[in-house]
Design a protein around this ligand. Structure first.
Ligand code: OAD
Length: 227
């Protein structure tokens, strides 16, 4: 029977593509104070540093490819209705063929006006001070920084509330409101959690199957189940 499968992915989903996670030992924040590169205060203090940080991430994203895990998530659409809710700012779910992808924390290949949240542009090159919207206002990365609202969260909650199966992949479940999404799942539905170093899921009464593997290996396992 066709089921509504909701994927909640984090940085570990893209680790096998060569994009570093945030909180593993060699994670991105090493050497960078989070608040310097991913907060409105950091942006005001040193916009060049912030732009340089995201320019490097964007340049890297042009070089990498989706991994086996992304492709297997996309494959679930052959049999099921699949919604991907990702904390990742890369486009690897889309590139591997997933058609319903909601980005909670923004997208690297987009920039937006510093004056209007709704003036959003596709952007694949470096972004510099002096790059402006059509009204002359500076552009910034289309990323949700610490302390900023997560505009897509209400839509994400509705999707999770309706799920028949929730698959959580590669997230340390430390950043809210994203981590809190699992608590909106109906208590009766199964939750699968793929992560080589899984966090504890405190917020749920559901049956949780922890698969302590990488995204690729874990998705191979999921695909072998009769979901
Ligand atoms: P974290 O870096 O906090 O967690 C990454 C998770 O991936 C960890 O639990 C790892 O064990 C797991 N992991 C590592 N390699 C893996 C692999 N090959 N396969 C599967 N899992 C693997 O990343 P997130 O939980 O995504 O926000 O972090 C959440 C948010 O914190 C990010 O979206 C980012 C950051 O601040 C913004 O940029 C706004």
């Amino acid at each position: 029977m066709k089921k509504k499968i909701v994927i909640l992915s984090g940085a570990g989903m893209s680790a096998e593509s060569g994009i570093k996670t945030f909180r593993d030992a060699d994670g991105l924040w090493e050497g960078h104070d989070i608040m310097e590169v991913a907060s409105p205060i950091g942006w005001v203090k040193n916009p060049d540093l912030v732009l340089d940080f995201y320019n490097k991430r964007r340049a890297q994203l042009l070089e990498v490819e989706p991994n086996r895990g992304h492709y297997l998530v996309a494959e679930l659409e052959k049999k099921h209705e699949v919604y991907v809710i990702t904390q990742n700012v890369d486009d690897l779910h889309e590139r591997s063929g997933s058609t319903n992808v909601l980005h909670l924390h923004g997208e690297l290949f987009k920039v937006r006006s510093t004056k209007s949240d709704t003036l959003i542009y596709d952007w694949r090159k470096d972004l510099h001070l002096g790059d402006v919207d059509h009204e002359g206002n500076q552009l910034r990365p289309h990323i949700v920084w610490f302390g900023e609202e997560v505009p897509a969260i209400d839509q994400a909650i509705k999707i999770v509330q309706d799920a028949d199966i929730l698959i959580v992949i590669g997230t340390s479940l430390q950043v809210y409101p994203a981590a809190g999404l699992i608590s909106y799942a109906n208590n009766q539905i199964p939750i699968y959690y793929i992560d080589p170093k899984p966090a504890t899921m405190y917020d749920v009464a559901n049956a949780v199957t922890v698969i302590p593997m990488t995204a690729g290996e874990g998705m191979e396992k999921i695909i072998s189940y009769e979901l």
